[in-house]
Design a protein around this ligand. Structure first.
Ligand SMILES: [Zn+2]
Ligand SMILES: [Zn+2]
Length: 295
């Protein structure tokens, strides 16, 4: 079936005017400092078992963000069984990047207002702001539940996602507690602190590096394609491709553009756990060189 998909259904553009920064969130600053200190301390409490656990959890959590929060929930790039959607969203919550609704609302805002005042991590405000600074600012709009619900109407039908939005920190903190209880300090430092820090920076690099460095295949679209970020963030570094085709489940459009997140989506489709996977099909008759198809 061939079908043009223009954007996430149920999503509306949020306010485009830049809200003035009201204050810095001390809680966010303290948490980030603590978790970064824990990541540094992890090297003093090194063990191969703890490092391996941290790496496995990095992949599980990272795919929760890229496949769950981003490609499925924010862009509706594929559909999946309800339990798969919920598992992916729970995996994403382990990244402690906020609940699924707020994450999706911020991300849709980024696509609607890329590189302008309404963009939550507008690159025009500098590399530091786009990378991490934006996380610390408390804008009224960031916590405006009406704005968040308006931009995520399509997701608010699932009571589990609503619960996860309210208690987004619960799965992540339970995991941290289990690591400490079962593995001791070394496993907590690698599996919780170091994993979170590496994942924060690989996610933030999509907002900073992938709006600054790399090649652009689609000159009418913002963002850049950056192979290093693509490796660290499981295919999310093909960001210029993504801005050009936001609804595509596959961000790496060429064979050498490795995209681990798409590999997971393909595996879910083969297992009949996912369907309606949206892809870009080359089409010389199309002005954009391709059309979106659902497979
Ligand atoms: Zn972007
Ligand atoms: Zn996106």
């Amino acid at each position: 079936m061939r079908e043009e998909v223009t954007g996430p259904k149920g999503a509306e553009a949020g306010p485009s005017g830049a809200a003035p920064a009201q204050s810095i969130s001390k809680m966010h600053v303290l948490f980030m400092l603590a978790v970064h200190a824990g990541a540094v301390a992890a090297f003093a409490w090194f063990s191969w078992g703890a490092l391996f656990t941290g790496l496995v959890l990095y992949v599980v959590t990272g795919l929760g963000i890229t496949v769950g929060y981003h490609r499925q929930l924010a862009h509706r790039a594929f559909r999946a069984k309800v339990f798969v959607t919920r598992i992916l969203a729970t995996m994403g919550s382990l990244a402690l990047q906020g609940g699924p609704l707020r994450w999706v609302a911020d991300h849709r805002q980024h696509h609607f207002h890329s590189d302008s005042d309404g963009d939550p991590h507008d690159i025009a405000r500098g590399l530091f702001f786009a990378h991490v600074g934006w996380v610390f600012y408390v804008y009224p709009r960031n916590y405006d539940q009406r704005r968040i619900r308006q931009q995520t109407k399509d997701l608010c039908r699932d009571p589990y996602l609503l619960w996860l939005e309210k208690y987004d920190f619960v799965p992540g903190f339970i995991l941290g507690g289990l690591l400490l209880l079962a593995g001791g300090l070394s496993y907590f430092l690698w599996g919780f602190c170091a994993r979170l820090v590496f994942l924060y920076h690989s996610t933030w690099l999509v907002n900073s590096a992938c709006h600054s460095w790399g090649y652009r295949r689609f000159h009418a679209s913002p963002g850049t394609n950056n192979w290093l970020v693509a490796l660290l963030a499981f295919g999310e570094g093909w960001h210029n491709n993504h801005h050009a085709w936001p609804a595509s489940a596959r961000h790496g459009l060429k064979p050498w553009e490795v995209d681990l997140s798409f590999a997971l989506i393909s595996a879910l489709k083969k297992l009949r756990l996912a369907w309606d996977v949206t892809l870009v099909k080359p089409d010389p008759n199309s002005r954009r060189g391709g059309v979106l198809v659902r497979t």
